[in-house]
Design a protein around this ligand. Structure first.
Ligand SMILES: *Cc1c(COP(=O)(O)O)cnc(C)c1O
Length: 468
């Protein structure tokens, strides 16, 4: 499989190269040259397989040519072996026609583990085969940092430096990062805000000499390997509810559009998904887009679902590429206008076809709390604020069809105990895997908000020296 940039001027790459590159050199995102296609019989044959078997069957075409099948199956098996539910991604029925797909049984309790646990192993595998190393640097205010650290801890070809704003992440979230004591993991508490942390990371990447010296890379949601791994649970859940013989709908709490785009990809691959509902919080750029046809930047405000507090949904560019019939230069032009003016419009057939598949809605914090309460009252389940926004899809924006809706539950409620307690007066306990989190030893460096200090720290701690 080869991969193309959505902006049409960077070279086509192989899977290994896309995995290592993340972003394309023309600023675009990589997408497969063509979607692999699954016939009805091939989809039906997924029934009864384990989660890991479904992942391998659905995604092998993306890595073919870069990794041998037995090796890939081994990496996939390892990736999901440590999840704390035998089904890995259990489906739970919450009313006559609605199911929750629980994507919070990985080591850090958010859906990001389902992609990053595999990505970390793929990255290590490819690097070791090539005799290379990389240094991951990132900033986090929430779920991504811990999921990335868990995914690469102890891997010999990778060092990871994760910045968080000192005193500004919740105790659970901080400890999920700082209690990982592996020698290739470096947590850094920065004297500053999350924006300061992001600016520091940008400064590291913008210093090209430093970037080359340290072989810097990122593991954010623009990496196609994350999209790829997520496609598998759409197949897994749909087949459990009768696909390919019956179409299904999905409702997805959304930030960067990465998770939703994986569902779109599954549909392009032949899975009968008839509709996707996109849930957002007050940071509702996507909802406004589907209402008006204009993608327009506004400020970001903190919400009770912080992992969806985004200004721009960067993965939307991948959908735009298809809406524009895969014309890279048209996407490049649109993104340039977006950068200059903070707005672009999609009209005509492109917008009409987007609206056929997607609809979008938003919940305020008050509505999110009310939804957590309603789920508890009607079903007995406790959901986190992100998942509650998902449930509002089928419950508040009903469809006339009788097709089942699968809501993606993206985080464990114990990750957001304050919001849950505010909604229903119950503080959800951490699952067994993390029960002793609050007493574990922590390791974390403290640094001032200065690029020079961060560079010096990274140089003296990365194990790159002497490596090929
Ligand atoms: C990251 C995250 C999201 C948003 O996912 P996108 O792929 O950015 O849309 C939603 N919920 C939780 C809990 C997350 O961690």
């Amino acid at each position: 499989m080869r991969y193309l940039s959505t902006r049409g001027s960077a070279p086509a790459l192989t899977f290994d190269e896309v995995l290592l590159a993340g972003l394309a050199r023309d600023g675009g995102l990589y997408v497969p040259e063509a979607w692999p296609h699954f016939s009805k019989d091939e989809i039906a044959a997924l029934a009864g397989k384990t989660y890991a078997q479904v992942v391998a069957a659905v995604t092998f075409a993306f890595v073919e040519g870069a990794i041998e099948r037995p090796e890939y199956e081994r990496l996939v098996n390892e990736a999901y072996a440590g999840f704390d539910h035998a089904a890995v991604a259990p489906l739970k029925q919450i009313d006559g026609n609605t199911w929750l797909l629980e994507l919070f049984h990985g080591p850090t309790l958010s859906f990001k583990d389902y992609a990053l646990q595999l990505l970390g192993r793929l990255l290590d595998h490819v690097l070791r085969k090539r005799g290379q190393r990389v240094t991951i640097v990132g900033a986090t205010s929430g779920d991504t940092g811990s999921a990335a650290i868990e995914a690469v801890k102890g891997r010999s070809a990778i060092d990871i430096f994760m910045l968080h704003p000192r005193g500004r992440v919740s105790e659970v979230q901080r400890r999920q990062m700082t209690s990982v004591l592996s020698s290739n993991v470096f947590n850094i508490a920065v004297e500053g805000t999350f924006d300061d942390c992001q600016d520091l990371v940008k400064a590291m990447f913008n210093d090209l000499a430093f970037r080359d010296e340290m072989k810097l890379t990122a593991v954010n949601s623009i990496n196609f390997a994350r999209i790829m791994a997520q496609i598998a649970y759409y197949f897994w859940a749909a087949v459990a509810l009768g696909a390919p013989h019956r179409p299904v709908r999905f409702a997805v709490p959304t930030g960067n559009f990465g998770n939703v785009y994986s569902g779109y990809a599954a549909r392009e691959m032949g899975l009968p998904i008839s509709h996707m509902q996109i849930g957002s919080n007050r940071n509702d750029i996507l909802t406004r887009f589907f209402e008006t046809g204009a993608m327009k930047i506004e400020g970001v405000e903190p919400s009770l679902s912080p992992s969806m507090d985004i200004q721009v949904s960067s993965n939307f560019e991948r959908l735009l590429f298809d809406l524009y019939d895969r014309r890279g230069p048209a996407v490049a032009e649109t993104m340039a206008a977006f950068r200059d003016k903070g707005v672009y419009e999609v009209g005509g057939n492109a917008m009409a076809s987007a609206r056929k598949l997607f609809s979008a809605y938003r919940l305020s914090d008050a509505q999110t709390l009310a939804m957590i309460g309603e789920v508890r009252k009607r079903t007995g389940e406790i959901v986190d604020p992100h998942s509650a926004i998902g449930v509002a899809g089928p419950w508040q924006h009903k469809s006339a069809s009788s097709e089942p809706t699968i809501v993606l539950a993206t985080a464990h409620p114990a990750k957001f105990p304050d919001a849950v307690e505010q909604a229903i007066g119950i503080r959800p306990p951490l699952p067994a895997l993390l029960a002793d989190l609050l007493t574990r030893e922590e390791r974390c460096a403290a640094l001032p908000n200065e690029a020079a200090a961060l560079k010096a720290y990274m140089r003296s701690h990365a194990s790159l020296k002497g490596a090929a």
